[in-house]
Ligand binder design. Structure first.
Ligand code: ZN
Ligand code: ZN
Length: 350
């Protein structure tokens, strides 16, 4: 990726700390990750790439008896994606109806759709966890404050099934595992990385993506602010909208919280009211570490590379962005304990 092609986001339409200087005290930096399809190695920060995992360390498994017994085999999900991508890449008349699949592909696609959305059976045996992402502190400035002493690499794995009894908050998404380690201690890397033979939903399976970290500043979701400040911001926003209509930027969507995959920053509660997240061990209020985003976000945040990309019909439109991940609703977030990083993390979705 050339430097000029690196994804970055536009400046905010206005700096909210000019009308509200007191917001500066609530600012947090966040690192937007901007995952884009690529071929990451274990030496790279990535989503969906190989993990730097020690050859002599057991790969984690989920032993929960999952209530759901059907899913899809990763190779079947990937085969489907490859057929769609190949068909999009073939020349076709502008007025063509449908995609130019070969006869053999059409037969295979018919077999796949006859088999249904979750065509494969899960026999209930323990599942190797699925590697989701890894983040090196050297690449991501906002990671270091979360890293336990002596670690510089965060690895994220999940069991690709929902409905775990031990899911914090009884959440909607897969059961996540966070592993912190020191990269330099991995002298011999596991080469043959295990993968679960079945996933509940294909949107739990990441496409390999490289990252282009960009540092931004987040301001809190309104309910986190002192009530009188939140009310003044709302009144300012109402007056702005009265004058400018749809052109008026909104605090929540344009001026405070960066959408997308990110490390650090503030958490949105746009689907519900604020639910503060506390540590299950020591009751300290937890802090947002990782946001896994299912795509979307206000147009003002659209990264330049995506805004510049005119769709020429040769690649399939991506529903959930380059990672292909939709883990819960809009966002699936990991919170960690600021007083003791060994306390279990919690997930929440919005
Ligand atoms: Zn599981
Ligand atoms: Zn704690």
């Amino acid at each position: 990726m050339t430097p000029e092609a690196r994804p970055t986001t536009p400046y905010r339409p206005l700096d909210i700390t000019i009308p509200f200087p007191e917001l500066a005290a609530h600012a947090r930096t966040a690192t937007l990750l901007h995952p884009r399809r690529g071929t990451p190695t274990a030496a790279d920060s990535s989503v969906g790439g190989p993990l730097l995992w020690p050859a002599d360390e057991a790969w984690p498994v989920c032993g929960t008896a999952h209530g759901r017994v059907y899913g899809v085999r990763p190779e079947r999900a990937r085969r489907y994606e490859r057929m769609v991508e190949a068909a999009y890449a073939r020349p076709r008349p502008a007025d063509a109806e449908g995609l130019p699949y070969t006869e053999a592909e059409l037969a295979e696609l018919a077999e796949m759709s006859d088999a249904g959305y979750q065509p494969d059976r899960h026999d209930g045996s323990p599942l190797p966890l699925l590697a989701v992402a890894q983040f090196y502190a050297r690449d991501i400035p906002d990671l270091a404050p979360f890293a336990p002493p002596g670690t510089d690499l965060l690895q994220v794995l999940w069991c690709p099934f929902t409905g775990h009894d031990d899911a914090p908050d009884g959440d909607y998404g897969p059961s996540t595992r966070l592993v912190w380690r020191q990269a330099a201690e991995v002298t011999e890397r596991l080469r043959d990385q295990p993968e679960p033979p079945i996933v509940e939903r294909k949107h739990f399976l990441p496409n390999p993506c490289v990252l282009s970290p960009e540092r931004v500043v987040d301001y809190p979701f309104g309910d986190y602010l002192p009530k009188e400040l939140d009310e003044r911001i709302q009144a300012w926003e109402d007056a702005f909208t009265e004058r400018a209509g749809d052109a008026a930027p909104l605090y929540q969507y344009d001026l405070s919280l960066a959408p997308g995959w990110k490390i650090g920053g503030w958490d949105s509660w746009h689907r519900t009211d604020l639910v503060r997240v506390f540590c299950g061990e020591c009751a300290t209020e937890m802090r947002l570490l990782l946001t896994i985003d299912s795509g979307g976000g206000a147009p003002s945040w659209l990264p330049y590379d995506e805004a510049a990309r005119t769709w020429d019909g040769t690649t399939p439109p991506s529903l959930y962005g380059p990672t292909g991940i939709s883990a819960s609703r809009d966002e699936y977030r990991a919170f960690t304990c600021p007083t003791n990083p060994t306390h279990p993390h919690r997930m929440s979705s919005q």
